[in-house]
Write a protein that binds this ligand. Structure first.
Ligand SMILES: Nc1ncnc2c1ncn2[C@@H]1O[C@H](COP(=O)(O)OP(=O)(O)OP(=O)(O)O)[C@@H](O)[C@H]1O
Ligand SMILES: [Mg+2]
Length: 288
C-alpha cells in the first residue's frame, strides 16, 4: 500500500494561546514494500508526521493519501478505523500498553476490537508471536514476567495480528541493549523482506538508518530538510550538522580511512562497508 502526503501541515491547539505549528509543507511518497527511516532533531515533527500516516491526527491543511483513501482537514473520522487496521503503529515503549493477564489475550485485543472472531484472533496470536521470534509456549504466560525486549516483541505481535500492510515504529529500539537493538532491527528487516510489510521507522540512531533503510527523510523545524538514499544523506555531513545531526560512527571511520589511505569508498556507509575496506587495505598490504 502506498502512502503519501501533499503540502501537509499540522498546528496543535490552533486558535488558542498554546497554538504550535508542528508541521508545514510536507510532501512525501512512501512506495509499497519499502523501508523508510525518518530522522531529525528532537521537536522536528517526526512523531507528528507519522501519526498522520495512520489517521491518528488529521491535517490542519494539505492531505494524506493512505492506499486509496485521501484524508483532508474535514475528514469525519469514520474511515479512519479501517486505516488503522492497515497501517499499524508501534509507539515508543509499547510494552507500557500491555495490560492483559496472558500474552494471548493481549495480542488478541486489537483483532477482537476490530470484530475478528475469537478463533481467528487466537490463530493470529500464535502466528504473530512466532513472527516476532517467540514460541507458542509464551501464549498463556503473563506479559509482565518477560524481559523488556520480550515485552516489546509481544506489543509488536499485537500490532502484527491486525495484519497491517504498513508498520510504523516510533523509536522502537529506545532503551534496549546493543544486542536487543540489533535483534529488533533484524526483525523489522525480515518483516519487510519476507512478509513484504512497508516499514517506516523513526529513529535517533544514524547507524540503524544507514544500515537498514533504503530511503531516509530528514526532518527539521517541522518540514522535510533532505531526503534520499543513505549514502546520499550521510555523504553530506555539514548539511546534517547544520540541523543538529551527526553521521554514523562507521561513516566517520570510513572517511578517515579514505583520507589516510586515499582509498575510494563506493560500498556505502555501513559497518559492513568498514569491514570491506579494511579487508581491501589488508590485502593491499597497507594494514598489518
Ligand atoms: N500534543 C501536542 N500539543 C502541542 N504541541 C505539541 C504536541 N506534540 C508535539 N508538539 C510540538 O510539536 C513539535 C513537533 O513535535 P514532535 O513530537 O512531532 O517532534 P519529534 O520530532 O517527534 O521529537 P522527538 O525526537 O523529541 O520525539 C514540537 O515543537 C512539539 O513541542
Ligand atoms: Mg517523537
Amino acid at each position: 500500500m502506498e502512502l503519501s502526503t501533499r503540502r501537509l501541515a499540522h498546528i496543535y491547539s490552533e486558535g488558542t494561546p498554546k497554538e504550535r505549528r508542528a508541521l508545514y509543507d510536507v510532501s512525501i511518497d512512501v512506495p509499497p514494500g519499502s523501508f523508510y527511516a525518518i530522522i531529525g532533531h528532537t521537536g522536528s515533527g517526526k512523531s507528528t508526521l507519522i501519526q498522520h500516516l495512520n489517521g491518528l491526527l488529521k491535517p490542519t491543511s494539505g492531505s494524506v493519501k493512505i492506499g486509496g483513501t485521501t484524508i483532508q482537514p474535514d475528514e469525519k473520522g469514520k474511515r479512519l478505523k479501517e486505516i488503522r487496521k492497515q497501517v499499524g503503529m508501534v509507539f515508543q515503549y509499547p510494552e507500557h500498553q500491555l495490560f492483559e493477564e496472558t500474552i494471548e489475550k493481549d495480542i488478541c485485543f486489537g483483532p477482537r476490537n476490530f470484530g475478528i472472531s475469537e478463533k481467528e484472533a487466537k490463530r493470529r496470536a500464535k502466528e504473530s508471536l512466532e513472527k516476532v521470534g517467540l514460541g507458542e509456549e509464551y501464549l498463556q504466560r503473563s506479559p509482565f514476567e518477560l524481559s523488556g525486549g520480550q515485552m516489546r516483541r509481544v506489543a509488536i505481535a499485537g500490532v502484527l495480528a491486525m495484519k497491517p500492510d504498513v508498520l510504523i515504529l516510533d523509536e522502537p529500539t529506545a532503551g534496549l541493549d546493543p544486542s536487543g537493538r540489533h535483534d529488533m532491527m533484524d526483525l523489522f528487516l525480515s518483516l519487510q523482506q519476507e512478509q513484504n510489510i512497508t516499514i517506516i521507522l523513526v529513529t535517533h540512531s544514524m547507524e540503524d538508518a544507514a544500515r537498514y533503510a533504503d530511503h531516509i527523510i530528514v526532518m527539521s523545524g517541522g518540514t522535510v530538510y533532505m531526503e534520499g538514499i543513505p549514502t546520499e544523506i550521510f555523504g553530506q555531513e555539514d548539511k546534517l550538522q547544520a540541523v543538529g545531526l551527526d553521521i554514523p560512527e562507521s561513516t566517520r571511520f570510513l572517511k578517515s580511512l579514505q583520507e589516510r589511505f586515499g582509498t575510494s569508498v563506493e560500498t556505502g556507509y555501513t559497518e559492513d562497508a568498514v569491514v570491506d575496506i579494511i579487508e581491501r587495505l589488508m590485502k593491499a598490504g597497507n594494514v598489518q
